[in-house]
Design a protein around this ligand. Sequence first.
Ligand code: NDP
Length: 629
Amino acid sequence: MSTETLRRYAAEREKRLRSGGREYVRVREAFAEQPADPHQPMRPREPVRDEVEFAFVGGGFAGLLTAARVRDAGLAPEDVRIIDSAGDLGGVWYWNRYPGLMCDTSSLIYMPLLEETGHRPTERYAHGPEIAAHCRRIGRQYGLYENALLHTSVTRAEWLEGESRWLVETDRGDAFRTRHLGMGMGPLSIAKLPAIPGIADFSGPWFHTSRWDYSVTGGSPEGAPLTELAGRRVAVIGTGATAIQAIPELAKSGAEVLVFQRTPTSVDVRDNGPVDPERFAELAAHPGWQARLLDNFTRVWDGHRLGEEGEVEDLIGDGWTDLGRRLRAAVRSVPPEEAGPEAYARAVAQADLAKMDEIRARVDAVVEDPVARDGLKAWYSQLCKRPGFHDEYLQSFNLPHVRLVDTDGRGVERITERGVVVGGEEHPVDVIVYATGFEYSADPSASCGFELAGSGGRTLAEAWSGGMRTLHGIHVHGFPNLFVQQLVQGAFLSSNVPHNYTHAADAIAAVLAHARATGADRVEATAEAQEEWVRMLVDNARPMNRSDCTPGYYNNEGQAAPERVRYNVGHPGGAFVFFDHLERWRRNGDFRGLGFSSPAERAAAEKPEEGAASDRAGEAPAQALAGGA
Ligand code: NDP
């Protein structure tokens, strides 16, 4: 292990921690004059006062997958309602339209429901417009538009105990009832800006990448050239996963591009290219192909935790699975007599170091200017930040009109009327693009933006004030008929987020099918099962917040996390083990940990002499699941 490299890692981390400046503001709250939706005008409509079976807050992948699965389980289009503040379905793929936008894990596993829709991705890493169109395709195929409320934000949801329904209120005056309520707003959906002094003083146009303003830049999300930028000076602030995709496109516009960097991203080979139609047809000829690919990716990614003997075939073969295979090989190289968590951790750290050396060597091989070359090297463990992959990003810095302004870990100092100040020097620019990311919240009660009041009026924020508590990351005691689609206390798989939603959607649909088949109008996690689940997670947790990492949203910007963050963990066995658990749980059909009840059973429970209420999970016939998930 190179101590010199580790010393450099620590020094770079300390430098960033000392320089502070890690406060952010929400774009919408700080700059109300920014349009709520620059992509589509909002159309007037009458408030809705009806009732549905299943409403889901969020029209991104989580909502689309869940709605598709509950439709498969027998709900009609009019029974299902998606609500989203965007003007169309798609979630982040609606909002993000920046040039160069593409998915970051293979399209074959990232794009949901490929098998069901028959869509063949055109590229190994599909570009944004194709993914947005796919979201709309899912919406059409499953009839999700008919009843959707778009350009609509939920303001409050309240459990009506006597009716066993949720009452949902919105900013469009709606007040409708739903038997079941789901929510999945994504872990990174609230755009943030750094709280840099003077940010509002800039006299030219500026925008966040998730609200790209093509009226300023020219061009289009589909790749038309950004003609309006020719001859202008454009500042890009931030060098995360978004910036590394957008900068090569800005570089093609003829603009002078100044890239303001606080921490470099590790940028490995992307190797994008077309999906071969013949090979895809071969793949798609075998039903269940996408589920198999998803499982294979996660099995390879998580391989170092699974302790499996023999070789595991890698069906994806990209930078993510390369990393997974390396970590597995490292763990397997530990001699049996030394086996144990410490030896494994050392082996993994060694493999990580070797990988990062390769990534730094790639910078040396690609970037010609010695100053940029030095600045673009990442000095931290690869999984301290989201690893980047791109075939043109580093190459952009060889163009005479693209310049790296490295802030040496300090960040941009100030914005003036004319430009961007770093180290006391003002860099005059015409346009500022903030590629400064999204507020990360593992806790949907904090980021959902509305009050969710469960049994007895207790809100989700109150229930989770001491830390998040769920069963499987989906069900919450005290919040009947609520289903949360998110990563925490489940797989917590961040390398391919839709895989989390796929399994959770199957589980939610199976629960709904079971409730319908058995006449139950109320389903809720029992307090005991929830406590048992949370204890198992917390007592065996492998915290993601590595304190030795360079600061970023993965580790709470390097700051000590409050006690409640201890609950923001995934299954200790890893994603593959969790998915396997959840699948067996739903297929088994006894739904251990959930209590189902009908009005008659609850009435009987209130009159003990006439019979006790039953926790009926486990009593339903297995065929109750027919058609479900
Ligand atoms: P990130 O949070 O990853 O990056 C924000 C960038 O802004 C960082 O480089 C940060 O520096 C920088 N920054 C913040 N404040 C300042 C400042 N004051 N001065 C200079 N720089 C500053 O946001 P992204 O939008 O890039 O990515 C967020 C996440 O979204 C990714 O991690 C990924 O999960 C997802 N994503 C997925 C994509 C896909 O699948 N296609 C594409 C893009 C994003 P520092 O590192 O020092 O904090």
